[in-house]
Design a protein around this ligand. Structure first.
Ligand code: ADP
Ligand code: MG
Length: 688
């Protein structure tokens, strides 16, 4: 029984409905220990014949028998097994994997061994056999043509398959290398079937046991030069590949590709980095200012139980408020709503601490300090700021002489609870601590204000104006932006206050800091939100009420809509950008991958293993971003001391998941392209 038998084999190419006969009616039988040369003109069908035998291509007619069994009914996986066990292929253009070393190339054909050391040992032996020991650790791309072909021969030997097919193995080699390769093929042909297609029979004819000539797709001559010797050794039994073994092969190939393609790996990793950071920025920075603040509480803090009342017609005076409080059962009422909760910035000092914001408020149910004192509620993490904050308030001359500190773990910001009487009398001055003042183009922080009885109406004086000459400018207070004050002459410097001191004329001072006689929004305080909202329901006619933490739209609908459109447009643009970036990288690399993966298949590596190895490779490319994102986030939050909080778990997972999907989608697309190709087409490149 012949090892390989072709019975009436025909192969017809159908490209764009043009049928070309590759081979037809081929009847041949080969056995172990035959060294066959196949000759014939270009285009006569030699490569087609080898591709059919090597299962790199299908056949449409006849039957191919291997060891007596039919193959025409083989499924894809049976063909995989067939290639794996029976066939080793050597091509004209080497098909070495250029990015791998000689050793790694050869080891790829030894994946049937589970033990890596064993693979290495056998590979080294074979490399020695083909005389490449010195070049074992050199990359394929660095080898000469002859060395490449010898690597491929070592790789073919590593497969230890009964059939070795060589399609014009010396086609691209010089005379010396050709002779070496021919001799090498002869040396390894013992107990194997070697079929060599060649245009240079002179190198092989001394070794040939048989010469076949193909003409126009069929066998025109078949000469036996010498009868083949009988086979001596038995074929080695091959253990089936276990799941664990297949898994480790998949990991091995994935890691190998990851390592051996630094350019691809680098570009993909970079693309992912950029993508991760961009998504991070969008989510953390834009996402917070664009998407979330549709709504906000009426005050920055919004303590429970507070109702803001407005009068639609008249302004609210002291007596109106008393009536209103009595009517609604409020425990406390504050005439000027602006004073109920406000923020005071504690400026940076030369020492380098950052600016802090202190929320000043009155709450008749939580902390009730005596006149002239206050309670500072400070998050534990900021206790080192205690003294600085206290000093700011002590030094501002706003009537606060005693501040008690309470530290808390909750993060409600830094709060200063004030006394009711202090608020009524000095609320505006407290509020004015460190408020901004604009002088022409320049904005300066103003530390405190003093009344100067001698100044004329409409004139403001600056003391301690060591920052600039303050004459003849217009000063504009943020807190009352609708009125401007004329700056008078420069006064003396005050060292006891850390910054500027502004002096007001009596009229201006009263207007800015005295409790207003009447306003149109006031505050009522209730024990809790339930009572407060009940009170809102039954306010007398002419009044409107709203819970202070009742959420309201901050921006008008049109603005929100525009912003969202912009935001989503930005997201889409970035998505498109990265898709483009990745497809550029993909487009540049896919051809290399195509050939590599076709070579894997000729080596008998199962398609599902090489496919899955791509996912492994992409996973490896993805891994660094897992660490990068929190690192960047940490850097942004701490080092830059910015307002951006550490990335939330949800956002982190969202971004990482997105990236993971992207990466695995790339792998999927790769696989589609790679697997859609037939081995023959992929490896064809000029092998006619
Ligand atoms: P050889 O290797 O002897 O030069 P081939 O086996 O490559 O010849 O080709 C045999 C015939 O099949 C030629 O006529 C060639 O044009 C044709 N052929 C080979 N590959 C294809 C293909 N992919 N599509 C169409 N025709 C093909
Ligand atoms: Mg050919």
């Amino acid at each position: 029984m012949a090892l390989l038998k072709l019975e009436n084999i025909g192969k017809i190419y159908d490209s764009n409905d043009i049928l070309t006969i590759g081979i037809r009616g081929v009847n041949l039988a080969f056995d172990y220990n035959e060294f066959v040369i196949i000759e014939g003109e270009s285009g006569s069908g030699k490569s087609t014949l080898l591709n059919v035998i090597g299962a790199n291509d299908s056949y449409e007619e006849g039957e191919l028998y291997f060891n007596g069994s039919e193959t025409s009914h083989y499924s894809e996986s049976e063909w995989e097994k067939y290639r794996d066990r029976n066939i080793a292929t050597i091509f004209q253009d080497f098909n070495i994997i250029e990015n791998l070393t000689v050793l790694e190339n050869v080891e790829l054909a030894l994946l049937r061994f589970d033990d890596r050391k064993e693979r290495r040992r056998i590979a080294k032996e074979l490399i020695e056999k083909v005389g490449l020991t010195k070049q074992a650790n050199q990359k394929g791309s660095r080898l000469s043509g002859g060395e490449k072909q010898r690597t491929v021969i070592a790789r073919a030997l590593a497969k230890d398959s009964p059939v070795i097919l060589a399609d014009e193995p010396t086609g691209n080699l010089d005379v010396k290398s050709s002779k070496e390769v021919a001799k090498l093929l002869k040396d390894v042909s013992k107990d194997k079937l070697v079929i060599v297609v060649t245009h240079n029979p002179e190198y092989f004819k001394q070794y040939a046991t048989r010469r076949v000539r193909i003409f126009d797709g069929h066998v025109s001559e078949d000469t036996v030069v010498a009868p083949p010797a009988p086979k001596e050794s038995a074929d080695a039994e091959m253990a089936p590949i276990t799941r664990k073994h297949a898994f480790s092969n998949m990991m091995y190939i994935g890691t190998l590709n990851y390592r051996s393609r630094p350019k691809f790996t680098g570009m993909m990793t970079l693309a992912l980095f950029v993508c991760a950071i961009t998504l991070f920025i969008i989510l953390e920075v834009f996402g917070q200012s664009l998407i979330q603040p549709y709504t906000a509480s009426l005050d920055d803090v919004g303590i429970a139980g507070k109702v803001i009342v407005s009068s639609s017609e008249n302004q609210i005076g002291e007596s109106d408020l008393d009536d209103l409080a009595l009517y609604s059962g409020a425990r406390y009422a504050l005439l000027d709503r602006d004073l109920s909760e406000f923020e005071v910035p504690v400026a940076k000092t030369a020492g380098g601490e950052s600016e802090r914001t202190v929320i000043c408020l009155y709450d008749p149910y939580s902390y009730l300090p005596d006149a002239g004192s206050a309670v500072l509620v400070l998050p534990k993490s900021l206790s080192y700021e205690e003294q600085r904050i206290k000093n700011t308030f002590y030094g501002a001359g706003v009537g606060i002489t005693d501040i008690r500190t309470v530290t808390t773990v909750s993060n409600n910001g830094i709060r200063l609870y004030l006394n009711e009487a202090d608020l009524r009398e000095n609320g505006k001055r407290i509020r004015a601590i460190n408020s901004g003042m604009q002088l022409g183009e320049v904005e300066r922080t103003v530390y405190t204000f003093e009344k100067n009885e001698e100044l004329e109406s409409g004139t403001v004086n600056f003391i301690n104006s060591n920052f600039y000459e303050a004459t003849k400018y217009t000063a504009l207070f943020r807190m009352k932006a609708d009125r401007s004050y004329t700056v008078g002459s420069v006064s003396e410097k005050r060292a006891d206050v850390g910054g500027l001191v502004v002096q007001f004329s009596p009229q201006d001072y009263d207007e800015v800091f005295s409790p207003a006689g009447s306003v149109n929004q006031a505050c009522l305080y209730f024990k809790n939100d339930q009572l407060a909202s009940a009170a809102v329901e039954k306010l007398p006619d002419g009044y409107m009420g709203m819970l202070s933490d009742g959420r309201v739209y901050l921006r008008r609908a049109g603005e929100i809509f525009t912003m969202n459109v912009v935001y989503y447009f930005l997201l889409i643009c970035i998505g498109v950008l990265f898709a483009a970036l990745i497809s550029v990288i993909f487009g540049r690399s896919v051809n290399i991958f195509k050939t590599d993966f076709a070579v894997y298949r000729t080596l008998g590596i199962a398609r599902n293993i090489s496919s899955r190895s791509l996912y492994v490779q992409m996973c490896l490319i993805f891994l660094p971003t897992l660490v990068l994102l929190p690192l960047v986030s940490f850097f942004v939050t701490t080092v830059r001391n910015s307002a951006v909080p550490l990335i939330g778990v949800g956002d982190y997972l969202f971004i990482e998941l997105l990236m993971f999907c992207m990466v695995e989608l790339v792998a999927l697309r790769f696989n589609r392209v790679i697997n859609g190709q037939s081995i023959r087409k992929t490896l064809k490149r000029g092998s006619k």
